[in-house]
Each structure stands twice: as C-alpha cells, then as structure tokens.
Design a protein around this ligand. Structure first.
Ligand SMILES: [Fe+2]
Length: 230
C-alpha cells in the first residue's frame, strides 16, 4: 500500500496547476445544472464552453509539420499544401455552385440539369475529402470554413439571384476551367518536386472528374434544334 501511495503522490502534486482551469469549468457547469458535483462518484457532466478559454492552437494554418514519415522534405510538403489548399477552396466553391444551381434551375431542361447538377455536387464533394486529407497527410492544415474558402478561392462569386440555365452553365464552365488550369500547373509542380501522391491525386481524381463534368455540362449550351431539323 505504501508503494502505491509513493507512486501516485508525485502525479497528484503535479496535477493541480494544470487541472485548476478544468476544475473551475466543472464547477461552473455543475452550478449551471444545479447538481451537487462530487457527492456520488465521478461527474457525468460534459465540460462545456472550453473554446472561450482555449489554449494556443495545436497547429497554425499555413504551417507544415513533419509529423508523418512519408519520405518528403519540408519544402516539398509546403509547396504541395499551398497548392492543395487553393485546389480545396476552388473545389468547395464549385461544389456549392452546383448545389445552388441544382435548387434554382428552371426551364425545359429542368429535370436533367437538376439531377446532373446534384450528381456533380456529390462528385466534387468526394474530391474535397480526398484533397483535404492529402493536406493533412502532408502535415498541413486544410482550409475548411465557408468564410475562409471565400477568401482563398479564385472562382468569381455568383450572385444570390436565380439565373437562367445557360448562364448557370457558363458560370460552371468558367469555374471548371480555373480548376483545370491549376490542375495542369500543380500536377507539373508536384511531379517536379517528387510528390507523386499529390501528382496522382490531381491528375487521376481532380483533373479527370472536372474534365468529364465539363463535357456533360457543355453539351447543354450547344444550340441545336429541339424538334425540327434545320
Ligand atoms: Fe436535392
């Protein structure tokens, strides 16, 4: 018994400083819920509102750590993370444009565009997760929230208004082209720096998906006769 006490004593004396804030938060929560904390074993009360007294972030946005042993040097990771965050912000933007247009489309092509836009939304959403997780694997921090994405993306902001279907299509094709130009540039740079995983993601996933979507969307603005051949 004496041994056990001797072992646990240092931990017990080292803990109070670090746990002082936790205890205060627990006390606050207990008071807020009107419970008698500590009377009947460990509390099941969640420790709420910890964001208001948060410590320094685990990692700052824009920095790249060398956490994972994936055989790439820091300058290669840094360059890839910057490229991928641009690609992530642009992909989030075109994904949301597809949903906007899915909701707002009108006209004779309503049904097929309504369905096609949602299919493309889902495909872009899948790309987003691949890009963001690649950023994390490389040791970076993926941009995530809408307000931050709006600042990073290079795709022009569409109006909140409902627009005609051909205008929607033109906006989407412009966005696709911005992404695809970046794909060619970024794939080349990733290849040059030896980041084969990023090169493969950009070519096999992002580029191929966007090219296919350009095809399906573009054919809706070819001015061909609907009922009578000319
Ligand atoms: Fe829907």
């Amino acid at each position: 018994m004496a041994k056990t006490t001797a072992k646990t004593a240092p931990a017990a004396t080292a803990a109070p400083k670090a746990s002082a804030a936790k205890k205060a938060a627990a006390k606050d929560n207990s008071a807020a819920n009107g419970s008698a904390n500590g009377q009947a074993g460990p509390s099941v009360q969640p420790i709420l509102n910890q964001q208001f007294n948060a410590p320094a972030p685990l990692q700052k946005y824009g920095t790249v750590s060398q956490r994972l042993p994936i055989g790439l040097d820091s300058s290669t990771r840094q360059e890839s993370v910057e490229m991928l965050n641009q690609m992530l912000a642009d992909t989030c933007t075109i994904r949301d444009m597809y949903k906007k247009h899915h909701w707002q489309v009108v006209g004779p092509t309503f049904y097929q565009l309504h369905l096609l836009y949602d299919k493309h939304y889902e495909e872009q959403d899948a790309l987003i997760d691949m890009i963001a997780e690649r950023i994390q694997i490389l040791g970076g921090v993926a941009v995530a929230m809408a307000a931050d994405i709006a600042e990073v993306t290079s795709i022009p902001r569409p109006p909140r208004d409902r627009e005609e279907a051909p205008v929607q299509v033109s906006r989407l094709l412009e966005a696709h082209q911005i992404i695809l130009k970046n794909c060619h540039d970024f794939a080349k740079r990733a290849d040059d720096s030896g980041d084969d995983g990023t090169n493969d993601l950009i070519v096999s996933n992002v580029m191929r998906t966007n090219e296919m979507q350009v095809w399906f969307v573009s054919e809706h603005v070819v001015d061909t006769p609907l009922a009578r051949a000319e």
